[in-house]
Design a protein around this ligand. Structure first.
Ligand SMILES: Cc1cc2nc3c(=O)[nH]c(=O)nc-3n(C[C@H](O)[C@H](O)[C@H](O)COP(=O)(O)OP(=O)(O)OC[C@H]3O[C@@H](n4cnc5c(N)ncnc54)[C@H](O)[C@@H]3O)c2cc1C
Length: 638
């Protein structure tokens, strides 16, 4: 591969760039669309919205998901809201402000044309969802209600209580199922993507394993869209659904798709702390709670009094103290770092001093319990069920946890990866969030990709690149099937003594220690050495039951953890190579005297795009970033 392909970023006036580009894209007649087959992997917000829209346009669409129902995709868990620049709150919001917040929030490590397009499209997403019947919260007068999220000074987050993802997904699901009913979409559930099929350098299908029968299947298409979500579960404990994984994007990467900025991962500041060593998942407490919740710690070290016994003057509202402009609404990377620093210094509360308080008392006194319950009801119930404490009377205890991955497969402005014909949508791609995603912007991006961008750009690709259809017994399919078969045989033959989860847990500990909230060169190098040893032990001693026919959940996990090992190595290498701090990538060697990230625009104003070296040595390419509409400045929330 000769470096990074042309990212096809439009030149000229940024405000009209997407409109100009869209109007210049070739179209396909509705009649011809019926002869074209598309394959969409994933039924989260990005996949469902893309599949429904493309089928609505007339394409034949096959949709694959490992879940038993599209509604189980991890998007269903999104809580707090979705951003859009509609200025309903009359607080001066605008497309250019959302654009600027997104680019600045990502610490100038994203393409500005992409960020602008996202801000432009945001309002149409809300229109689409309202038309579908998504029950967004409303004001007394009937207008849509908004709240604030971190990293912005306006109120632009639309929400449906603490269930925004679920409600948006139901909207996209309805649209998807309408097309299933009409015959435009063939829905294949319980299928795990294990390889990408490439013919003459172009993505033409996938190999997947039927999780119920154990059979391997090859599915071919004229274009493939991956919308398989993020890879936070590389850390084992994360806020993601248990089965969220990196396999689809990792296998595409092995087949030639560049992987962009894998080390850009987000640690969310407000999660319920881990209870014990056997916990398998962490639960998020939505950032929206910081609209009304105040974050604090006792001023004195080792103060073990009940929070209600600690008077206001003996509390450290550390975010309000350190960041008077944004207070509790600083972006996630900043809030996470500050909380961890204080806990490491011994100021934390709870078991092992590993949490900080998120306190709703002032808001309850000011606005009343009913208002707070209406705004966050299900989140507070969830907290009480998990922790046993009532957040209406006792401050919640929270701690940072892995949550979102800004890194992902490199895509150009058309969302096409470096493998022609392979499009990547939603959290699976690396796109507009740079080094740090702002709260409530992931849903916006996934739906912008699925409802608006991919339908236009996939059509343009198909119009310009007619290809003969290929049968599922094409030599490339047989070759991919044989390779997957061999990989499965390898894992089944190990017959070791240690369960997959044990290896995954150890990998997670390693990654959070070496490549978590903060990183340094020595820790990353040590991490690479430890990773190699752990991976060798996994390959020699993993225990997978030998069932080839029928369900085999241990095999499913082993295949995913195998991919996580390979991805973890790339994350460590990427973090080591990026000798600067930016957004959520905090290299301890590169910080200002007051502990803020120090970017190096001269050497690192680029996207790192990694090629999978066939000898096992990844190759780092770069796509330089140019800024014309907004010049890089030091991110300051003080
Ligand atoms: C607890 C929580 C709360 C959040 N709250 C918010 C919020 O309030 N606002 C916001 O903007 N963002 C939020 N986010 C982030 C946001 O929810 C996600 O980034 C977004 O939903 C991802 O959508 P997606 O469509 O890209 O992927 P997903 O919803 O993860 O869907 C992935 C799909 O791919 C399929 N899949 C994956 N791998 C394979 C494979 N190998 N083979 C076959 N199928 C596969 C899965 O079955 C699934 O259908 C939150 C995230 C979490 C964890």
């Amino acid at each position: 591969m000769n470096g990074v392909p042309d990212p096809r970023v439009p030149g000229g006036d940024i405000a009209a760039a997407w409109q100009r580009r869209r109007e210049s894209l070739p179209l396909i007649s509705p009649l011809r669309k019926k002869s074209l087959q598309l394959l969409v992997v994933g039924t989260g917000l990005a996949g469902s919205s893309a599949a429904a829209t493309l089928a609505e346009q007339g394409y034949r669409v096959k949709v694959l998901s490992f879940h038993d129902s599209p509604r189980r995709a991890h998007s269903v868990a999104a809580q707090g809201g979705i951003n859009a620049a509609r200025s309903v709150a009359v607080d001066g919001d605008s497309v250019s402000r959302l654009f600027a917040d997104t680019l600045r929030g990502g610490d100038f490590r994203a393409r500005e044309a992409g960020c602008h397009r996202l801000a432009e499209i945001s309002s149409s997403i809300i229109d689409t969802c309202v038309a579908q019947g998504v029950p967004f919260a409303r004001e007394y007068g009937g207008t849509l209600a908004t709240r604030s999220f971190g990293g912005s000074l306006v109120s632009r987050t639309f929400y449906a209580r603490g269930q925004t993802g679920q409600q948006l997904l139901y909207g996209a699901y309805q649209a998807l199922m309408r097309q299933v009913e009409l015959g435009g979409i063939e829905l294949l559930t319980r299928r795990d993507l294990l390889d990408l099929i490439i013919v003459d350098g172009v993505a033409r299908g996938v190999v997947c394993r039927n999780l119920l029968s154990g059979e391997l299947e090859a599915h071919t298409a004229d274009a493939v869209l991956l919308a398989s979500g993020g890879y936070s579960n590389v850390y084992f404990l994360s806020t993601n659904a248990l089965k969220s994984n990196a396999s689809a994007i990792w296998q595409a990467h092995r087949k030639g798709a560049l992987f962009a900025n894998p080390c850009f991962t987000q640690i969310h500041p407000t999660c319920i702390p881990s209870g014990d060593a056997y916990q398998s998942k962490l639960t998020l407490m939505s950032e929206s709670l910081r609209n009304d919740g105040r974050v604090w710690l006792p001023l004195a070290l080792g103060d073990h009094r009940q929070p209600s016994e600690i008077p206001a003057e003996e509390r450290d509202y550390f975010l309000e103290r350190q960041y008077p402009a944004y207070g509790n609404m600083v972006p996630r990377d900043v809030a996470s770092r500050r909380a961890r620093e204080l806990c490491n210094a011994g100021q934390g509360v709870g078991p092992g001093n590993r949490s900080v308080y998120l306190d709703l008392q002032d808001a309850i006194e000011r606005q009343g319990k009913d208002v707070i319950a209406a705004r966050y009801g299900n989140l507070l119930q969830m907290y009480e069920r998990i922790s046993g404490d009532d957040p209406f009377t006792t401050p919640m205890r929270i701690y940072p946890a892995p949550h979102y991955t800004m890194g992902g497969l490199w895509v150009d402005y058309h969302l096409m990866s470096s493998v022609p014909g392979l499009f990547v949508l939603g959290e699976a791609n690396y796109s507009e969030h740079g080094a740090n995603r702002l709260g409530a912007s992931a849903l916006m991006q996934g739906l912008a990709d699925g409802y608006f961008i991919a339908p236009a750009t996939v059509t343009a690709w198909l119009a310009g690149n007619p290809t003969p259809s290929i049968p599922s017994d094409h030599p490339a399919c047989l070759e991919a099937l044989a390779a997957v078969n061999k990989r499965i045989e390898r894992l089944l033959k190990v017959k070791g003594s240690q369960p997959v989860d044990g290896f995954h847990r150890q990998l997670g500990h390693l990654m959070i220690d070496c490549c978590g909230i903060s990183r340094n060169a020595q820790g990353l190098r040590d991490g690479l050495a430890e990773l190699e040893t752990l991976q060798q032990r996994f390959e020699a001693d993993v225990c997978v039951s030998a069932e080839r026919v029928g369900p085999n959940p241990e095999l499913e996990k082993a295949l995913r953890v195998d991919d996580f090992f390979a991805l973890a190595k790339l994350m460590l290498l990427d973090a080591l190579a990026r000798e600067e701090s930016c957004g959520a990538h905090f290299r301890e060697e590169h910080q200002t005297p007051d502990g803020e990230a120090r970017r190096d625009d001269q050497h690192f104003a680029h996207i790192a795009a990694w090629e999978h070296g066939n000898d096992g040595k990844p190759i780092r390419h770069v796509e330089e970033l140019a800024f014309t509409a907004l010049q890089p400045s030091t991110r300051s929330y003080r």
